[in-house]
Design a protein. Sequence first.
Length: 95
Amino acid sequence: MDGLLEQIGTARARARQLLADRARLAAAAEAAEGRARDGSREIEVLKARIKELEQENGVLRNAAAAPSEPSHNGTKEQIDELVNEIDQCLALLNK
């Protein structure tokens, strides 16, 4: 009889441990899902920013190619800055 009571006690302790582990893992899973949602939002923001920068880059390239304006002071520098920012956004997306 004592052996049976001991087995029941061991089983109860194991059940309590498993419930505690389950609660801990559920909290960790919820936190991971939150981080994943945040990462998805950040990716969407970065993709939108890349699209904006590519459009702005296209406008600047067209402005640089327009023969009606003989002076393009700083246009190449602006394009270089935009390309660098696009590269940075792409690098963040690839993390």
